[in-house]
Design a protein around this ligand. Structure first.
Ligand SMILES: CC(C)(COP(=O)(O)OP(=O)(O)OC[C@H]1O[C@@H](n2cnc3c(N)ncnc32)[C@H](O)[C@@H]1OP(=O)(O)O)[C@@H](O)C(=O)NCCC(=O)NCCS
Length: 249
């Protein structure tokens, strides 16, 4: 992204989120740095095809700008030009139709939820925002943007998972992330404040690079007992004969 994308990026966020982001957030996002200037952001945005100069940023290292039409054409079974595609290239050409903004955080940020083996996977990718403007939805655009973020996470072997917070009543986002393999690992009561009241959030996680959730004590004991039962069965009935009633001469 570039500084001139700031108004379009902030319009996307103002339309899609009830939470208001600061000027520092947007200024950092277009520069590729977090609002405090300390972290690096990876972002990918889909722009309307009418924006010629966007093509120059395609494939840029820390994310970039991709014509929305190209992303939509890549979405399975939903090529641009079919179905509801008349929103592409519509009046307002040049605005950002969708975007994802992410950053790597230390795994210890989520210590209390015990989602990862921190020694093996010291990093975890946070999705700060993922949004698609309403007239472009349900055509696979967010799926494509998420795929770019997941590929970025997968390219760093220290990263064991991708996570985000979602407002508890945001059914469409919950369905979207569920569809993409995210699990709900915890509730954060009163996490968001907007509209004069507090709102709970869910913490959603999807594992990457072969990671999985560390076993709790009870799960570890259950696993051990299960394996022990298997070996006793094998000892009584012979190797591999877990169900003797199915053994025929
Ligand atoms: C959530 C959001 C990003 C989805 O964008 P999108 O481009 O419409 O998503 P996709 O087209 O890639 O959807 C893929 C799948 O997600 C699920 N999904 C997406 N929107 C859904 C909805 N409103 N209801 C139910 N399922 C939905 C569906 O399974 C969908 O597949 P389908 O269209 O074949 O049924 C978009 O609705 C949005 O920007 N919402 C506001 C911002 C937000 O809540 N962001 C998430 C928190 S960071």
């Amino acid at each position: 992204m570039r500084p001139s994308d700031l108004p379009s990026l902030s319009a996307l966020h103002e339309e899609c989120f009830p939470v208001r982001y600061t000027g520092k957030f947007y200024a950092g996002a277009v520069r590729g740095t977090s609002a405090d200037g300390k972290g690096r952001l990876f972002s990918e945005v889909a722009v309307d095809e009418g924006r010629e100069e966007a093509a120059a940023d395609l494939g840029g290292g820390e994310g970039g700008l991709v014509p929305a039409r190209e992303l939509l054409a890549g979405a399975e079974g939903k090529a641009a030009g079919e179905g509801k595609a008349d929103g592409i290239g519509a009046p307002g050409s040049g605005y950002i139709a969708g975007g994802v903004i992410t950053q790597f955080n230390r795994t210890e940020t989520l210590k209390e939820f015990d989602v990862l083996d921190e020694a093996k996977y010291p990093l975890i990718m946070y999705i700060l925002t993922l949004a698609v403007t309403s007239s472009y939805r349900r055509r696979g655009l967010a799926s494509q943007l998420l795929a770019a973020a997941l590929a970025h996470a997968a390219s760093n072997p220290s990263c064991g998972a991708i996570y985000l917070h979602v407002i508890a009543h945001n059914e469409s986002a919950l369905r979207f992330y569920e569809r993409h393999g995210f699990g709900n690992v915890g509730v954060l009561p009163d996490y968001y404040l907007f509209g004069g009241r507090q709102h709970d959030a869910y913490l959603l996680v999807r594992y990457a690079n072969g990671a999985s959730r560390p076993l709790g004590l009870l799960e570890a004991i259950a696993g051990y007992l299960g394996r022990a039962a298997e070996s006793v069965r094998g000892w009584i009935w012979g190797e591999g004969a877990s169900n003797p009633s199915r053994v025929h001469a």
